[in-house]
Design a protein around this ligand. Structure first.
Ligand code: ZN
Length: 132
């Protein structure tokens, strides 16, 4: 149901009730309107469901924003600040991932040389289990 349909119903209703109706006329108008009333009630139900969904989305947004430190200028619901903060965390995560990758490569490089040294020299520099 759209705004035009609602306007049509309103116009018909106003026209039909713009003068005094006898009981018989009233019954006839009412019969005619039963279908419209059903439609309007269905529409109200749809709107209520949409509002419930919107409320849930708003609650989800608020819960998400609550996990982000407040904007120093605008408080807890500042979206530009939230976006900036998330981008900063993403960049920091990427940097940490790079550091971890470099550390892993360095460890593999040293481990390979250690095993080569041990194999060639027979000297046990670190006993198995000591590295932990
Ligand atoms: Zn802000």
């Amino acid at each position: 149901m759209n705004k035009q349909q609602i306007d049509e119903i309103r116009t018909r209703y106003n026209k039909a009730t713009s003068r005094y109706l006898t009981e018989a006329e009233y019954r006839e108008v009412y019969r005619e309107w039963e279908g419209d009333i059903e439609m309007l009630l269905d529409y109200i139900e749809t709107l209520e469901a949409e509002i419930a969904t919107d409320d849930k989305l708003l609650a989800d947004h608020k819960a998400l924003l609550d996990k982000i430190p407040e904007c120093p200028d605008h408080g807890s619901s500042c979206l530009p600040h939230a976006r900036e903060w998330v981008e900063k965390v993403q960049a920091e995560n990427a940097r940490l991932r790079d550091c971890l990758g470099a550390a892993n490569r360095r460890y593999e490089w040293m481990a390979a040389r250690y095993h080569t040294f041990r194999a060639l020299s027979g000297i046990e520099v670190i006993k198995d289990g000591d590295s932990q």
